[in-house]
Ligand binder design. Structure first.
Ligand code: 13P
Length: 248
């Protein structure tokens, strides 16, 4: 069965609640496309107003992060139950910015992935190498390690429903998109890694996105690659361009 494309916006730390409502209303008609899953991952405080604004549309509102504990004394964190209660289905886990600025590791990513599945949330699990790693020729080894740790103790059934976002760090917010060949090569290596951990059926089901300077002009070529099932889009998800990306 063909995998349904999933195109997600990652708003990062942008948009106040009122701006979020405005942006959802602007983009709603532009992203109306039932052939792909459309997700807006928004700041926690924007989730409820964005959800309200997106009502009746094809837009799923997702989260950018969550904590791996159920509840309690974790000032400033958002629990999986809070996301579920707000109507969230997708949550980004382990974005490179969280790894870089908020000390997330492969181990905390794994804990979050397990916790997300426990609450029937679909994790969008991020991985990707630095420019130095690419230049040193260790990209695939590095990404395989990230994937293997992220999926520790995850069942095949859970893994089949997950989303992986391959985001080379050097391509994020730089306008320096990976070539389609580079993006396809790593996305295929990730799928092969999932086949090794689980089996061919799981590898064939899991959806793998590319992220890093995705734009209206490069989306169609990227998404045409055999192992690229959509994108995780930063900057361009805050603009009408996102409509063009969704309708690549
Ligand atoms: P840009 O699309 O702005 O490069 O960001 C990519 C990203 O980090 C999405 O998670």
């Amino acid at each position: 069965m063909a995998r349904k494309k999933i195109i997600a916006g990652n708003w990062k730390m942008n948009m106040t609640p009122s701006q979020a409502v405005e942006l959802v209303n602007t983009l709603k008609p532009l992203v109306a496309n039932d052939d792909v899953d459309v997700v807006f991952c928004v700041p926690a405080i924007d989730i409820i107003p964005a959800m309200e604004a997106a009502k009746g549309s094809n837009i799923h509102i997702g989260a950018e992060n969550m904590y791996f504990e159920e509840k309690g004394a974790y000032t400033g964190e958002i629990s999986p139950a809070m996301l579920v209660d707000a109507g969230v289905k997708y949550v980004i886990i382990g974005h490179s910015e969280r790894r870089e600025y908020f000390a997330e590791t492969d181990e905390t990513v794994n804990k979050k992935v397990l916790k997300a599945f426990e609450h029937s949330l679909t994790p969008i699990i991020c991985c990707g190498e630095t420019l130095t790693q690419r230049e040193q020729g260790v990209t695939i080894d590095f990404v395989r390690q990230q994937i293997k740790i992220a999926f520790l103790n995850v069942t095949a059934q859970q893994a089949a429903s997950a989303v992986i976002a391959y985001e080379p760090i050097w391509a994020i917010g730089t306008g320096k998109v990976a070539t389609t060949a580079q993006a396809q090569e790593v996305c295929k290596a990730i799928r092969d890694c999932i086949a090794e951990i689980y089996d061919e059926a799981t590898a064939a089901a899991i959806r793998i996105q590319y992220g890093g300077s995705v734009s209206a002009s490069n989306a169609s070529e990227l998404f045409a690659q055999a192992d690229i099932d959509g994108g995780l889009v930063g900057g361009a998800s805050l603009k009408p361009d996102f409509g063009q990306i969704v309708n690549y």
